[in-house]
Design a protein around this ligand. Structure first.
Ligand code: OOB
Length: 539
């Protein structure tokens, strides 16, 4: 296994194999088999482009040859930052076939995040699109190359300028190395709690198990049509069951550039979409948009909502509005994914975040001392299982805190379990803000702000928000003359961080409230801002 990754202990690995979870499949073989079985069927649709399984398989082989010709080889890390385009799949599977590991960056990441991924993962290549939504990724690549001189190749989908154009990399197929199913297939990103995102190594065995099980739970088959509106690099639309689960089932993926009802509703109508995945704020936008549109959405069978807590009040409106089944999804890139089942009662579907997808998922709900809480009580969620990692990539010290000595991952989520074994998310005890599904690690943004000469200290907390669920508020203690809010926001943008991490609100404060042991009390700060918001709403 790749150095810096933690394997499952032997007895667990043996059990997961024996029980048929890990079946020795790799992603490269999976696509080949689907191409042999479903050759002429359409795997991917993007705009007017329709790509069959056979064509996808062949393009992947040719691109794999091209990537090899650049010297990209087994175990090389490649930072992949592509939006929802056909090439995302070609690159991904080409890397899988040569045994190189994609590092799944999001389109919203900027130079600070990308440089860190490239440096930390010691990436040999960085793959981007030319321009997207008015942003030029080649400019970003120039900055990253300057900061990370070891980065050897920048490959561009579109106009390549001084870089390598992907169109030059489709070559005659060559023999590829034998890939082991227990090898790491790629690195996902964690939402991050302490400082920067951690990298999550997922193996072919464990990930294919998770998407196969997800596809079964969602009853996907070759007639399923999955609409991808969220960025496909994220674990949720990638594998729950997402685009990879759809390919596993031999179904068809329809790519959308974003979640606007204009685009998504026309695609649902035109392509007869059967299932799609949303985060709660998007679900609210869709609910409100239906009345003013007259698209035929009758093909839609399942609407998944996850990534952040979906309020029961809004959840109730899904079935009457879309005439389809709501499925709540509570998952994490580290592994564990919970689903409400399609035939569950409305009560369960509306009021819970589902139950673990696998009978081999182990969950514990514990107090601060790691003792199990009583039935129905709220506690911290710990989990281990056949698709939950045993450690982050190259993060020994952090792993000692994020995992128990017997290998349970500390999710940082506060949950309770009902009598039927369904989880209800009640909050979190990790230093992270969940901005409608986008995760912000408080410490990462605090560190950026601390680099400003007029910032003496800073604490970032969540504040309630009707639309996103939560937004970020930074409490700043100024040094000398206080900077302005726009100064600080500009400062952050110039440091090259993703826009969703820029605090929604900045409050200046003289000193921080403290806990009994003299730490900053974020709980008190959350109260301060919530009360302030409340009083402005009322006045
Ligand atoms: C998904 O993955 P990540 O890694 O971006 O974020 C994981 C965290 C969870 O630990 C939890 O705090 C929160 O996101 N979360 C939810 C939730 N789904 C995720 N909190 C409340 N209710 C939910 N339904 O977000 C992710 C990965 C795979 C599938 C679905 C979501």
């Amino acid at each position: 296994m790749l150095t810096g990754c933690c394997e499952w202990p032997k007895e667990f690995a043996e059990r997961y194999r024996e029980k048929g979870c890990w079946r020795g499949e790799t992603f490269g073989e999976m696509l080949r088999e689907r191409a042999e079985k479903h050759g002429d069927r359409i795997a991917l649709t993007s705009g007017d482009t329709y790509v069959s399984y056979a064509v996808l398989d062949n393009k992947v082989d040719r691109l794999a040859a091209g990537l090899r010709s650049l010297g990209i080889k087994q175990e090389d890390r490649v930072v992949l930052q592509l939006p929802n385009v056909v090439e995302f799949f070609e690159v991904c599977f080409a890397l899988f076939r040569i045994g190189a590991l994609p590092v799944f960056a999001l389109p919203s990441h900027r130079s600070s995040e990308i440089s860190y991924f490239c440096e930390f993962a010691e990436a040999t290549a960085y793959i981007i699109s030319d321009k997207q939504l008015g942003f030029d990724y080649r400019k970003l690549a120039r900055k990253v190359k300057e900061k990370v001189p070891t980065l050897q190749h920048v490959i561009v989908v579109g106009e390549e300028e001084e870089f390598i154009g992907i169109h030059d990399l489709y070559m005659n197929p060559v023999n590829q190395p034998q890939i082991q199913s227990n090898d790491v297939a790629f690195l996902q990103l964690s939402g991050g709690t302490t400082g920067l995102s951690k990298l999550i190594p997922r193996t072919h065995d464990d990930y294919i198990y998770s998407l196969r099980t997800s596809a079964e739970i969602c009853k996907l088959d070759k007639d399923s049509v999955y609409l991808a509106v969220l960025p496909v690099a994220h674990n949720y639309p990638l594998s729950s069951p997402g685009v990879l689960g759809t390919l596993y089932a031999g179904g068809r993926i329809v790519l959308a550039s974003g979640g606007s009802p204009d685009e998504a509703f026309s695609l649902i109508e035109k392509e007869r979409v059967t299932i799609t995945a949303l985060v709660p704020p998007l679900a609210m936008v869709w609910l409100d948009a239906v009345a003013s549109r007259n698209n035929d959405l009758s093909s839609l069978q399942v609407l998944q909502v996850g990534g952040a807590k979906f309020s029961a009040e809004v959840a109730k409106r899904i079935r009457p509005t879309f005439n389809c089944t709501l499925q709540q999804v509570f998952g994490m890139a580290e592994g564990l994914v919970n689903y409400t089942r399609l035939d569950d009662s409305e009560e369960i579907i509306i009021h819970t975040q589902g139950r673990p997808m696998s009978e081999f998922d182990e969950i514990r709900v514990v107090d601060e001392k790691d003792h199990d809480v009583g039935p129905g009580q709220v506690g911290g969620l710990l989990t281990r299982g056949p698709y939950t990692i045993r450690g982050y990539y190259k993060a020994e010290e952090h792993n000692a805190k994020s995992f128990t000595s017997d290998g349970f991952y500390r999710t940082g989520d506060l949950v309770k379990v009902n009598e039927q074994g369904y989880l209800i998310v009640e909050g979190r005890d990790k230093d992270q803000i969940n901005r409608g599904g986008e995760k912000v690690a408080a410490e990462e943004v605090e560190n950026h702000l601390l680099a400003h000469s007029a910032v003496h200290d800073v604490a970032i907390v969540s504040m309630p928000d009707d639309y996103l669920g939560e937004r970020t508020c930074a409490f700043v203690i100024a040094r000398g003359q206080a900077p302005t809010v726009s100064d600080l926001k500009r400062f952050l943008r110039n440091r090259g961080i993703a826009a969703y991490k820029i605090p929604d609100r900045i409050e200046f404060i003289k000193s921080f409230p403290q806990t009994g042991v003299g730490k900053v009390s974020k709980k008190e700060l959350r109260k301060v801002i919530a009360e302030k918001l409340n009083s402005t709403v009322q006045s």
